[in-house]
Ligand binder design. Structure first.
Ligand code: NAD
Ligand code: MN
Length: 357
């Protein structure tokens, strides 16, 4: 049996209520999968910062690098006013582990969609574009002028497009393993950019993405492009059309929050931060101080993040088990948490999903 060592980083607030659910589902996977897990508890977040002076202790990073195959990250609280020395641990982790792709699937199930089923994933480049944060302000004759560098490299564009193609192929595999759970019949990648205006930066992204996706191994993947503004329009008009969307950092950031709004509760939406040979599953929501400590946080975003992590650790069968169990819970709609209009606690939602594994 393969043993995977998983770092557990609950963070703050409801992170501490949902990450244990993530651990529990890994432990409950059927033994026929031939998969075992060991766990290590790791600190990060605002409370860690208040206790130790660092939001991301070296020990957390070292343990992840040296011992772990993957990790689950809950959520962290950010102070509403700037606190000297505090910066987001997840942003730092992405840098330190070179997690260059942020992957965010957005999916409705038969029971939870109002209209047509949505089953798409946004693959956002995570290391460059305007997020290199090279800004400057100069004083001109007509007042201040601020500018920022938008950096697009061939290397980063190539690897993000390659992973987008691989995700498209894997999703097709998962669909074939669980027929009837998706409306897509063929894997598709939509490249989004604004190269009609930014011919060099976005032009390089577009060209490199085209090239990467023209590789032989992606011959079954249908490749399209969409200028980012019309992408937003089409995403909201016709979300059911899309499968995998690949985008530079800033467009990906905006598109992925927008797409999350298509499926109702934040408590449903997972993400993963992915590098070569490492993945961190992370629910999209924050620490939710308004419901913290009540035992009613929706664990589904975390359970889906666990499955997503497993996909990137090359365990698609284990991932498929979790997706199917979660979808069945949502479709039956008997044990739904309050954010979904139900009355179930975190534990009751989890128990119902576990029962369906
Ligand atoms: P939030 O996601 O924590 O909460 C927004 C709303 O959604 C709240 O009403 C909350 O109760 C609800 N909600 C979120 N997750 C839920 C779940 N699993 N089940 C049921 N309801 C859920 O966003 P916020 O209120 O803007 O931010 C709270 C704190 O979290 C802030 O300190 C913010 O900086 C931080 N934050 C962290 C992350 C992260 O760690 N990735 C992301 C967003 C916000
Ligand atoms: Mn964002």
């Amino acid at each position: 049996a393969r043993t995977l060592r998983i770092g557990l980083i609950p963070g703050d607030g409801i992170g501490r209520e949902v990450i244990p659910a993530g651990r529990r589902i890994l432990e409950a996977l059927p033994s026929s999968l031939n998969l075992k897990f060991s766990f290590v508890d790791l600190d990060a977040g605002f409370e860690t910062f208040q206790k130790t002076g660092s939001a991301l202790p070296d020990k957390t990073v070292d343990t992840l690098k040296k011992e772990c195959d993957g990790a689950l990250f809950g959520a962290v609280s950010s102070p509403s006013t700037k606190v000297a020395g505090y910066s987001s641990p997840i942003v730092a982790l992405r840098k330190k582990l070179d997690l260059y792709a942020n992957v965010r699937p957005v999916k409705t199930t038969a029971g939870s969609s109002n209209g047509k089923p949505i089953d798409l994933v946004i693959v956002r480049e995570n290391t460059e574009d305007l997020y290199v944060k090279e800004e400057r302000t100069v004083e001109g004759p007509n007042g201040k002028v601020a500018e920022a560098i938008k950096r697009i490299s061939e290397r980063a564009s190539h690897r993000i497009s390659t992973i987008a193609g691989e995700i498209a192929l894997r999703r097709q595999g998962i669909r074939e393993a669980a027929p009837g759970t998706s409306s897509h019949s063929q894997p598709m990648v939509t490249i989004t950019h604004k190269s009609n205006v930014l011919s060099q930066t976005d032009g390089l992204f577009r060209e490199t993405a085209r090239q990467a996706l023209a590789a032989q191994k992606f011959s079954s993947v249908h490749v399209e492009e969409q200028i980012v503004d019309s992408m937003v329009y089409k995403l909201f008009r016709q979300p059911e059309y899309y499968d995998v969307i690949v985008a530079p950092n800033l467009y990906g950031d905006i598109l992925s929050d927008g797409a999350a709004a298509l499926v109702g509760s934040l408590g449903l939406v997972p993400s993963a931060n992915v590098g070569d040979g490492f993945a961190i599953g992370e629910p999209c929501h924050g620490s939710a101080p308004d419901i913290e400590g009540q035992g009613i946080a929706n664990p589904i975003a975390t359970l889906r993040s666990v499955a997503l992590m497993l996909e990137f650790l090359n365990e698609p069968d284990a991932a498929a088990k979790i997706y199917t169990a979660v979808d069945a819970n949502l479709d039956e709609a008997k044990f739904l948490s309050p954010d979904m209009g139900g009355k179930a606690t975190t534990q009751q939602v989890l128990d119902d999903v576990l029962k369906r594994l």
